[in-house]
Design a protein around this ligand. Structure first.
Ligand code: KIV
Length: 260
């Protein structure tokens, strides 16, 4: 799928199955099972590098992993995370995105934050960089937040996240990730904007789902409640990827107990 096809999938009500990937072989296996798009997440800091959070990941490391994924899935949509503090000025954001696209082969970059990121997103978009926004829980702010907590529980917070999403769409994002919010807010976000809203811990009513690959393969000893271990169900890597795609497409994942 390319960006236009992902947007068309939303318009046609076809759920979009996204998975993180960090290297060629696993991305290739997931692509063969029908995964629509790959996110080279800065979660690689935790699941690949063994760090306590994502903050230490650099642009060079993101480009290195993105290039591996690109080689594994030459025709898939590859989205690369802009890591912590890599987009603190417009010049820095353009340079970081350039590295991710030119060296990392990414089709799109993802950056975390709300309306305050609109000028950066507008500048990236004007320069021809496709951008995915990321609202709700922002893992790059975990040391400020003091932990990974559900966001958007009260009316005011839910309204703020909706306003943020609208501001990002206005600024030019082609896609949004929403992380760790109540199911109702995930649904409201998908209804409020015309770009695909991909949820993680945001219930079954977003336009698609994304999971960290290591989590859905059962490699996380303390998985969050929104994670399903597809490896346990399927017993093989191709089977786990296929079960994930099937569950996303049929909206049997996440269930109510896998949502907030
Ligand atoms: O880094 C990552 O893997 C992500 C997902 C949690 C959406 O941003």
């Amino acid at each position: 799928m390319n960006i236009a096809q992902i947007r068309a999938a939303k318009a046609e009500g076809e759920p979009i199955a996204v998975l993180t990937a960090y290297e060629a072989g696993m991305a290739r296996a997931a692509f063969a099972a029908g995964v629509d798009a790959f996110l080279v997440g800065d979660s690689l800091g935790m699941v690949v590098q063994g760090q306590r959070d994502t903050l230490a990941v650099t642009v060079a490391e993101m480009a290195y992993h993105s290039a591996m994924v690109r080689r594994g899935v030459p025709s898939a949509l590859v989205i690369a995370d802009m890591p912590f503090l890599s987009e603190t000025s417009i010049e820095r954001a353009l340079a970081s995105a350039g590295t991710l696209m030119q060296q990392g082969g990414a089709d799109m970059v993802k950056l975390e934050g709300g309306a305050e990121k609109a000028p950066t997103i507008a500048a990236l978009t004007a320069a021809g960089v496709p951008v995915c926004g990321h609202v709700g829980l922002l893992p790059q702010r975990v040391r400020k937040l003091g932990g990974y907590r559900i966001q958007g529980r009260g009316d005011d917070e839910a309204r703020r996240i909706l306003d943020d999403a609208r501001a990002l769409v206005e600024a030019g994002v082609d896609m949004l990730v929403v992380e760790c919010v109540p199911r109702e807010l995930g649904q409201a976000l998908a209804e409020a904007v015309d770009v695909p809203v991909i949820g993680i811990g945001a219930g079954a009513d977003t336009d698609g789902q994304v999971l960290v690959m290591h989590d859905m393969l059962g490699l996380n000893e303390k998985p969050p409640r929104f994670v399903r271990d597809f490896m346990q169900e399927a017993g093989s890597l191709p089977g786990a990827f296929a079960a994930y795609v099937d569950a996303v497409k049929r909206r049997t994942f996440p269930t109510q107990s896998e949502s907030f």
